[in-house]
Design a protein around this ligand. Sequence first.
Ligand code: GLN
Length: 446
Amino acid sequence: AVFDRVEQVEDKIRAYITLNKEQAVARARLVDKARAGGEYLPPLAGIPVAVKDNICTNGIRTTCASKILYNYIPPYDATVMERLNACRAVLVGKTNMDEFAMGSSCENSAFFSTCNPWDTGRVPGGSSGGSAAAVAAGETVLALGSDTGGSIRQPASFCGVVGMKPTYGAVSRYGLVAYASSLDQIGPLARDVTDCALLLNVICGHDPLDSTSAPYNVPDYTSFLNGDIKGMKIGVPREYMGQGIDAAVKDIIYKAIDVYTGLGAVVEETTLPHTEYALPAYYLIAPAEASSNLARYDGVRYGYRAKDAADIVDMFMQTRSEGFGPEVKRRIMLGTYALSAGYYDAYYNKALKVRTLIKADFDRAFEQFDLLLAPTAPVTAFRRGEKLDDPLQMYMVDICTLAVNLAGIPAISIPAGMAHNLPVGLQLMGRPFGEGDILRAAYAFE
Ligand code: GLN
């Protein structure tokens, strides 16, 4: 059914870089047979899952939507893929994204851009825009994305689906092509909170192959979905409801607050005073890490290699000049500059100190509140091309999501209503490893 749907709508949406039809159908048939034979099957057996194209899939092209990896076929599976395979989920295909997950609209893909299923003249958000659009258009049931500064939550908001960024360390990054290693986290996109919890159950857990993976006991996340949030304390940071947030978006968030009050939660205004510094700190730290992580693409070990180079240095230069798109080059230059000897203290170190203050804001808020509530994005899905010439405008779309990554905490975006005939996402942020509380409140709202 999913591939029939792909057949019908994919030429309008363009969510997938690679489709995996043959293998997917073969696995689905095997699962059907096993089910008919009365075999025990785990919860996601036979369920279609789309996977962002920066997550390694053994034998299946993994491009990061970059020319420099256009022909890269990983010889191994990411840990999340191994876990999906172990429960016999079905890989539908690899989804489009902004090149190396740098962007907020899916327009930085080196191949093509993806359209928002609600209005194909608009962007699906990014960088996990292909995954969000595929879920919204019915071209998959579940999807995986990655979130470094909002890349799961913001496209979920723009496409009217559920998207969650887990606590840093909750999901293994082994086999996730690194963008900014201290911020990256893989997470689920789904049509509802129950599906999101089911996928989270499969992907969470300690992995010795990722040194930043946390050893902790993963609960059954579906056990939190009981609708009871009486007495839960929810804070609304005023910095997320101020200037720059579209009035129609704010209205939807106020209505959501009323719903929570009606359900017996205690909702109060609070403050995260360093919020305004999240964007500048993020755009120093993320590019700094990216400039180091992307040094490995040299034409020798992976993917694209420029032809007719005079010598090895010329080969490095030509390969990188031709292989990386403009936004990736901008980040590499920003990051290299911030890390250079004369500027390291002034920029990179300063940004790390700001990061500590932002984390402390959240720690303080969570002494008083179980959850924090805010919009996921300041606007609804914007028109394709609208922000392409203005990187700062594009960066501003992430003002509500960046701080969560800097602090390492979990957050979800759930559909909260419509503004300008487009979906609006509600963001719930929780304590480290407080995914259960977030899901409880998200489910109660739904
Ligand atoms: N839009 C932000 C960036 O370009 C966040 C991307 C992400 O979360 N991967 O860095």
